[in-house]
Every structure is written in structure tokens, then in C-alpha cells.
Design a binder for this molecule. Structure first.
Ligand SMILES: O=C(O)CCC(=O)C(=O)O
Ligand SMILES: [Fe+2]
Length: 418
């Protein structure tokens, strides 16, 4: 056989192996029973008030590894949820009217770049320069409309979990409101998305999130595509999506849909080769339940969806943010042709940045046009410790230390690591 035949044969065998694995999984694993247990006991949920807090951090990190998600209950105390809910609803309205005002200026006058920025500013609309010179202006970061919420965003339990799972230096790459409509008086069903698709508890819109969002926001539009990791995804958490619920959520009130364990499955609901339909239920899927003030955290690889039904009588109010380690390219692509439509790294003026709570500033410094972002202290500390090891090696070399050639003789690098 020539090499091409062998490659073809290997691909066929791989696909056959996957089919056999699927058969075994179907015969031995009942996803609905596993999920029923998870739902009944809320094994994915931990308290923000636990003492010691390490228990919640470890529990959440474990749940993220095992299921791909976790919930921290009551990060925002019950007495504050109403005012923050109202603030988020008001922010949602301001964000919408501001975006429409900028869009109108751009559409009607054909303005772009600096001219659009100047016109928007002179007419009282909010638009900010992009951080990268020569790039089109961006809408302001949504956090400017939510100062009360901002006081909770860098909650120490939340940031400890993110640091533990991702790395020591984190950046909030996106931040926005996410409202799931209530049923309206005219009979339009409650739920997320276009009214014509809403109302049926059997409908989904499965996806994974940036940088694992396969259609990458912009499909084949180079100015809107924000990048996506190639399938099969490396087995590594690269982004944590945080959904801050400001209303109670469950199966009737906009709890997020998720497939437990899907973050480590090589397939994807939007995968061109993966034979799944994004709009249909998946065995073992479930909706998260949590009281208002809780934070749902998921690995961006988890298969999930916003609820397209909401029969609770009230809107589901939430703010979403996406946290990445410093080494993920959060703002390199999707420059947009007019103003950043995909909410990626919306910027802050120096004044807005200075007004953020001090504990939140490190995570948003990268979106402030006039700040020189530097790596955070733990990353510097570990670099310093590593540099000291190099210095030590050269000290020993200069000393012509005895036994130098055998100093690493205890090290064995296995070739067959699983
Ligand atoms: O609304 C939800 O519960 C899910 C939100 C979501 O999928 C997202 O913002 O990426
Ligand atoms: Fe999502």
C-alpha cells in the first residue's frame, strides 16, 4: 500500500473505532439517569459563604473538570439582587439605545473611524477609540452602565476559581447583559431569540463559546471572525464563561441548558463532521437551577444553550462575562468594519477605568486605551523564581561544583506518558 492508501485506511479505522466506542457508551451509560441524579442533588453547586472558602473553590474546580460547569450560590447577597437586577435591566436599555444611535449615525451619514467617533461624541452617543492604533472605534464596555454590579464582579471566590482553573493573570474578554424575555401580553411566548422559535421546551440552540465557538461570530467575514480553536479541541480550559443570574432560574425560568461532560467530547453540535442538529435535545441535557445572585461558570467547550422557553411570568435577567488567561488572544481579530459589533474587548476611557473598583481593575486594564497593561504579580513572581534557577545553574558552573555532571542523574523522562 502506498502512503495515501495507508492514511485513508487509518482515517477509516479511526471512524470505525469512534462508532464502536459510541455503541459501548450507549450500552453502558444512561445519560438521563446520570443527569437526573445531578439535577436532584445539585452536585454542581457550592456556597459562596462556605467557610473555609477553599472548599467552594476546590468543589467548583472539580465540578468544572468533571461536568464542565459549576454554580456558586449567592455570590451577590439576597438583599442586593433586586437593585442590581434593576440596574442590569436599565443598562440593557441604555446599551441598546446607544448602539442604535451610533448605528444610525453610521448608516445615515456613512461615517466610519475617527469621523464616526467625533460625530458620536459631539451628539452625546458613547463611542470609544479602540486600543489598537488604526482600528475602528468601539462601543464602550458595558460595565460603565452597571456600577453596582461592578462591585461584585471581582468577588474573591469567583476570581480564585478562575485563577485556579486558568492561570494567575486573567482578562475579562467580553461582558454583556443577557435577558430572556417573559411571555408578553400579546401572547408572544417567553424565551430567548426570535419569537417564532420560542415557547417550546424541546427546542435548543446548541453551541460552544469563544474561543471554541466554531462559527467564530463572523463566519467567513474577515472583519467579524474572532477566531476559533481547531477541532478536536485540546483538552485544556481556555475560557470560563460566567453567567450571573439576577433572577431565580430553573426549568421554567431560563436556567441555562448544558450537556454534562460535553466539554471533553471531541464532537461539537456545530461540527461539520459531527452529525448533530443544533436545534434538537441531546440525551442527558439539563437546565441549571440556581437562586438569584448565583454565578454559573462553564468551560467554554461545554455544549450549552439559552432557554428558548420561559413560562415563569418574569424575564430572566443575567450578565455574562468571559474570562481568559493572559495567553489567549482576546483582542487580535474581528476588528469590525464600523464599530465592534461582537462585544469583544469593548474599551474604557482612563476616567472610566479609574472609577472601577480597585479589585476589578486588574481584569479590565487591558481594555483601557490609556493604560499600559503589565503582567500581574504572581506571573512576575514565578518568572523571577525561574530566573533564579538559571542563575543557580551558572553559579554552580562557575564554582566548578563537584558532582555537577550528575546533578540531573535522577531525572527520567518517560516516552510512554498516557
Ligand atoms: O443565556 C444563557 O443562559 C446562556 C448564554 C450563552 O450561551 C452565552 O452568553 O454564551
Ligand atoms: Fe454561549
Amino acid at each position: 500500500m502506498n502512503i495515501n492508501d495507508l492514511r485513508k485506511k487509518a482515517a477509516e479505522l479511526e471512524s470505525e473505532l469512534n462508532e464502536v466506542r459510541d455503541h459501548i457508551a450507549r450500552a453502558t451509560h444512561d445519560p438521563d439517569a446520570a443527569t437526573a441524579e445531578l439535577k436532584k442533588n445539585r452536585t454542581y453547586a457550592f456556597s459562596a459563604q462556605a467557610d473555609p472558602v477553599e472548599e467552594t473553590v476546590a468543589g467548583c474546580a472539580d465540578s468544572l473538570t468533571r461536568y464542565g460547569f459549576c454554580v456558586i450560590d449567592h455570590v451577590i447577597p439576597p438583599e442586593e439582587t433586586k437593585s442590581i437586577r434593576d440596574e442590569i435591566l436599565a443598562a440593557d436599555e441604555k446599551i441598546r439605545t446607544n448602539r442604535e444611535a451610533v448605528q444610525k449615525l453610521s448608516d445615515e451619514n456613512g461615517l466610519e473611524g475617527g469621523a464616526l467617533l467625533a460625530a458620536a461624541t459631539s451628539q452625546g452617543a458613547e463611542l470609544r477609540p479602540a486600543r489598537r492604533a488604526g482600528y475602528p472605534p468601539k462601543l464602550p464596555n458595558d460595565i460603565i452602565w452597571m456600577p453596582e454590579y461592578a462591585r461584585h464582579l471581582a468577588n474573591p471566590v469567583v476570581t480564585s476559581i478562575a485563577r485556579r482553573v486558568l492561570d494567575d493573570h486573567l482578562r475579562i474578554a467580553q461582558l454583556h447583559t443577557r435577558i430572556i424575555a417573559a411571555q408578553s401580553e400579546d401572547g408572544t411566548p417567553g424565551g430567548f431569540g426570535a419569537p417564532k422559535y420560542r415557547g417550546d421546551a424541546q427546542t435548543r440552540e446548541w453551541h460552544t463559546d469563544w474561543p471554541h465557538d466554531l462559527s467564530a461570530y463572523g463566519r467567513d467575514d474577515p472583519y467579524a471572525n474572532a477566531g476559533c480553536i481547531r477541532q478536536p479541541f485540546p483538552d485544556l480550559t481556555m475560557c470560563l464563561v460566567m453567567i450571573w443570574y439576577l433572577t431565580d432560574v430553573d426549568e421554567n425560568s431560563g436556567g441555562t441548558w448544558v450537556v454534562p461532560g460535553s466539554h471533553r467530547d471531541p464532537r461539537n453540535p456545530r461540527g461539520p463532521q459531527d452529525n448533530m442538529l443544533v436545534t434538537a435535545p441531546i440525551p442527558g441535557d439539563m437546565q441549571v437551577s440556581a437562586p438569584a445572585g448565583s454565578v454559573y461558570i462553564q468551560d467554554s467547550r461545554s455544549w450549552h444553550a439559552s432557554a428558548m422557553h420561559n413560562t415563569s411570568g418574569g424575564a430572566r435577567v443575567a450578565a455574562v462575562n468571559r474570562w481568559c488567561p493572559w495567553w489567549v488572544a482576546v483582542d487580535d481579530f474581528s476588528p469590525g468594519d464600523k464599530f465592534n459589533p461582537s462585544q469583544v474587548c469593548r474599551t474604557l476611557s482612563k476616567k472610566e477605568f479609574n472609577e472601577l473598583p480597585a479589585e476589578l481593575q486588574p481584569f479590565m486594564r487591558h481594555v483601557c486605551v490609556d493604560e499600559r497593561d503589565t503582567l500581574q504579580q504572581p506571573v512576575l513572581d514565578r518568572a523571577n523564581a525561574a530566573a533564579r534557577r538559571t542563575i543557580l545553574g551558572f553559579e554552580k558552573l562557575e564554582e566548578r561544583a563537584e558532582g555537577l555532571v550528575d546533578a540531573n542523574a535522577h531525572v527520567r523522562v518517560p516516552l510512554d506518558r498516557p
